[in-house]
Design a binder for this molecule. Structure first.
Ligand SMILES: CC(C)(COP(=O)(O)OP(=O)(O)OC[C@H]1O[C@@H](n2cnc3c(N)ncnc32)[C@H](O)[C@@H]1OP(=O)(O)O)[C@@H](O)C(=O)NCCC(=O)NCCS
Length: 142
């Protein structure tokens, strides 16, 4: 599973991001994506076939690892790709002796199921965390 990211592929991720998050105001603009692609504190994990991106996850290396975002393209969902990506991230984080934390919208049942399956535990709920007024769960896998 490749982790080294080519800038020429960035538009695929921007498109995938906007497809899922544009209506929820959680998509990132092009400049932030460029920062992520160039800056060593961010890791881009992805699965793709010869034509398109299937799934991606973005990690920020802070004092712990912060899973910023994870998306599987709709037509590839429920086939185990996000699980596969996240297992790779967990393995890498363990090697670095890092725990992983994340925020997830409290109504995002699919994502919460995924994270719970991989032993992420809910730390707290933050009311109106997102700009659309939704609440989030903060989760940690130590
Ligand atoms: C959440 C998301 C990344 C899961 O991707 P995926 O590749 O379909 O997930 P997987 O096939 O690896 O599923 C792994 C586990 O997650 C859970 N899960 C995934 N999709 C689910 C759904 N629609 N409903 C309930 N549980 C679900 C299940 O526990 C599943 O295991 P199972 O198949 O044995 O039941 C995907 O639904 C997605 O891209 N959603 C939109 C973006 C998003 O909300 N991202 C997370 C917040 S940043």
């Amino acid at each position: 599973m490749p982790k080294i990211f080519e800038l020429s592929n960035l538009q695929f991720l921007i498109d995938l991001d906007q497809k899922f998050f544009a209506d929820k105001l959680q998509s990132w603009d092009g400049n932030f994506w460029k920062k992520i692609a160039r800056d060593d504190q961010f890791l881009i994990y992805y699965i793709r076939d010869s034509i398109e991106f299937i799934s991606f996850a973005i990690v920020q290396k802070t004092e712990q690892w912060h899973l910023l975002k994870m998306v599987t393209d709709e037509k590839w969902q429920k086939k185990g790709f996000a699980l596969q990506l996240l297992e790779t991230i967990i393995t890498d984080a363990k090697l670095q002796k890092m725990s992983i934390f994340l925020e997830v919208e409290d109504k995002n049942f699919a994502a919460i199921q995924l994270y719970s399956k991989l032993n992420f535990k809910t730390l707290t709920k933050v009311v109106k965390y997102y700009s659309n007024g939704s609440d989030c769960l903060k989760m940690l896998r130590s």
